[in-house]
Design a binder for this molecule. Sequence first.
Ligand code: CTP
Length: 454
Amino acid sequence: MEKSLKNKKIVVGVTGSIAAYKSALLVRELIKAGAEVQVVMTPAATKFITTTTLESLSRHPVVVEMFEDIKQTSGAWHVQLAQWADLMIIAPCSATTLSKVANGLSDTALVCVAMALPPEKPLLIAPAMDFDMWQHPATQNNIRILKSFGYTIIPPAEGELASGLIGPGRLPDIPVLMDRIFKSLDNLENQSEINLDNNISNLNEKPLESIDESLEKDKWNTELELEMLKKKMQLQTFDKLKGKKILITAGPTIEKIDSVRFISNFSTGKMGFALANFAAEIGAEIILISGPTQLEPPTKCNFILVQSAEEMYQEVMKYFQNIDIAIFSAAVADFTPKIKFEHKMKKEEVGESVAIELVRTKDILAKAGKSKTHQFIVGFALETDNLLENAKRKLQEKNCDLIVANLANVPDSGFGGDKNTITIIDKFGKETKFMPLPKLQAAKEILKAIAERI
Ligand code: CTP
């Protein structure tokens, strides 16, 4: 039988999170199930979803500010709204609102309503934030406080987050939220049947938890602890890169034909910039030498913009002796025009056809490999065929410690896209293959592989 929320009054709190758009789906499902819904938003939430959307779905005005004129007729409107509700759910709940509710900081209309909620009424909180914010001890401490108040925390789901990282942090799907709402209201009804002499002290007790729910929480807590342990170990691994001087080449190079034309390739620099971003984040000193791209270099890095393979070579060699690690992710042009015209080549000068003689550029990685003393060298191999075989050959010929093999011209790999499908091979032949990963995540795996080997 379809579950019903007929005659149930629900306050939905929405906070500033990328998942705020899902609150519209939640309100729609609640209304479909027969509930009456009123929405309270934080000012930050309005940056992600409009009040108009939630007003038309809930068929009630949406409150954002504590002192909005429309609400001032009744004085303590927040108390009345809290008294009106049978249940309040904050979904998504940002780290900020989580902290405010845990610490009683009622400086938004939403937190005022949450705090005015009578203790017997369930308050469900569905946190959604980036993985690192979720794992932060401050957030976890706030979660413990909120649980001790008897509030129900709906654990975030795992998956790809807005930041590109993968882990717990996503707002669970709407059916999961709906299920928790049904369960909380069912518990409440069962509880009031059990507590026939419903005295005021019982109102402070936690809502009853089903065996399934407590098993789910246990499972989730174990997963979280494992995740935190893994993270701690990873942090220790990345500690090895702290303060290390890392040189990264990125992007394409452009090889001039004349003053307005050039030869280049489709590289966007995303992989190299992701490596620079992540390495800077974990405290390495970065020299990023890149050909022209549309990307913003990380603020904490020495950024050197070059055009041609020759310029990239000169810059790399300037720094190479004094660095600890070099990662060659640039798609360096292998050929450059033998003659570069100073002026714009005119059609009448060349006639109906023109042959441009190309000569080999310097192989920067191979030259670095030859002159290496202490540096740990990472190459990339972008292939269309025989991926692993070619990558292993390049690893040896160019004297690399590690090579990152990736296929060109397939979805989720190589140039341009936001993902890459990599296989990391070390000089002892150990191969690690990864599923398609966002480039920031792929960068993390490459830096982890380096940290484990230096
Ligand atoms: N590389 C370089 N300088 C070049 C060419 C390549 O530093 N002139 C580096 C790339 O940055 C990459 C590695 O060498 O780390 C392999 O590049 P790739 O283009 O895959 O291979 P090539 O050695 O150029 O060989 P081929 O084009 O024949 O596959």
